[in-house]
Design a protein around this ligand. Structure first.
Ligand code: NAD
Length: 265
């Protein structure tokens, strides 16, 4: 649990917190940050998932702890600074990755559907960021990475709430980058395209990437120039530079990790 994170010395180790670290892209980012030398707090509303990611990191020789956290629960988010300070003393890297999908035809969409998505994907990311602002500012080289989506700047059918949440995340990345620049906190976003994670999985365990429509449009017709979805580890590699101290001049940017999809017509 949380107490098993070893506190990082301010001079040599960076401390990172990843939301939604119990699965898919968040787990891959947490593991990549740990390999790069960060002590990582793996948070997720799925406690078992967060525990499993932290255990994998420790088994590989890294430093990690897990913390159950539903980012849509304001009272839980409010306890975050206290728990993080008690465990690590500071947070240098925040990765706002937790998110929910959900395709609903707009004709059947309710405001409850819309609010449920915005609550996690937008408000949850903002709440966690605001809660950890003092720690990020105190770092001197803080980094925030928001996991958005290419749906933040492209439209798609049946995705009104998801697309709106990711579009908002894209622009709040720019706003926050302006606000935190004087504190040395660099704020960027990733915009993944298709990624092979549980979010892309149907109830029967198959993925949309095995369907005829995906093969025809995205692979055979090269709508994705690289002709395949990404693996979560490939998204994590892109995250690493943006979160690292080696990144000293990239802020307010959104990096598409989409196999070239948004480079084409
Ligand atoms: N998979 C894709 O194709 C894809 C593409 C673009 C963007 N993304 C984004 O990447 C991020 C990660 O998605 P993924 O594909 O790894 O999906 P995933 O379903 O594998 O992982 C999402 C994780 O977020 C957690 N989570 C959901 N709601 C939460 C909440 N309220 N509080 C805390 N944790 C919560 C889940 O428990 C899960 O562990 C999401 O923001 C998603 O929108 C995914």
């Amino acid at each position: 649990m949380y107490a098993s994170a070893s506190a990082g010395s301010r001079s040599e180790q960076r401390n990172a917190l990843v939301t939604g670290a119990g699965s898919g892209i968040g787990a891959a980012i947490a593991e990549a940050l740990a390999r790069s030398g960060c002590a990582v707090v793996c948070t997720d509303r799925n406690e078992a998932g967060a525990d499993a990611t932290a255990a994998r990191i420790r088994a590989a020789g890294g430093s990690a702890a897990s913390l159950p956290l539903d980012i849509a629960d304001d009272s839980a988010v409010a306890t975050l600074p206290e728990k993080v300070v008690a465990g690590l003393g500071a947070i240098d890297v925040l990765v706002n990755n937790a998110g929910v999908g959900g395709e609903v035809p707009t004709s059947g969409l309710t405001m409850a559907d819309v609010r449920a998505v915005l609550r996690v994907n937008l408000e949850g990311a903002v709440a966690v960021t605001l809660a950890l602002l003092p720690q990020l500012r105190a770092s001197g080289s803080g980094r925030v990475l928001n996991v958005a989506s290419i749906q933040g700047f492209r439209g798609a059918r049946d995705s009104l709430a998801y697309g709106a949440s990711k579009g908002a995340l894209v622009n709040l990345t720019r706003d926050l980058a302006c606000d935190l620049a004087d504190d040395g906190v660099l704020v960027n976003a990733l915009a993944p395209g298709f990624v092979n994670t549980p979010m892309a999985r149907y109830a029967d365990g198959t993925t949309e990437y095995e369907t005829d429509w995906f093969r025809t449009i995205y692979v055979e017709n090269a709508r994705i120039p690289l002709r395949r979805p990404a693996e979560p580890e490939e998204v994590a590699e892109a995250a690493l530079f943006l979160c690292s101290p080696a990144n000293t001049y990239v802020t307010g940017q959104v990096l598409a990790v989409d196999g070239g999809m948004t480079a084409t017509f």
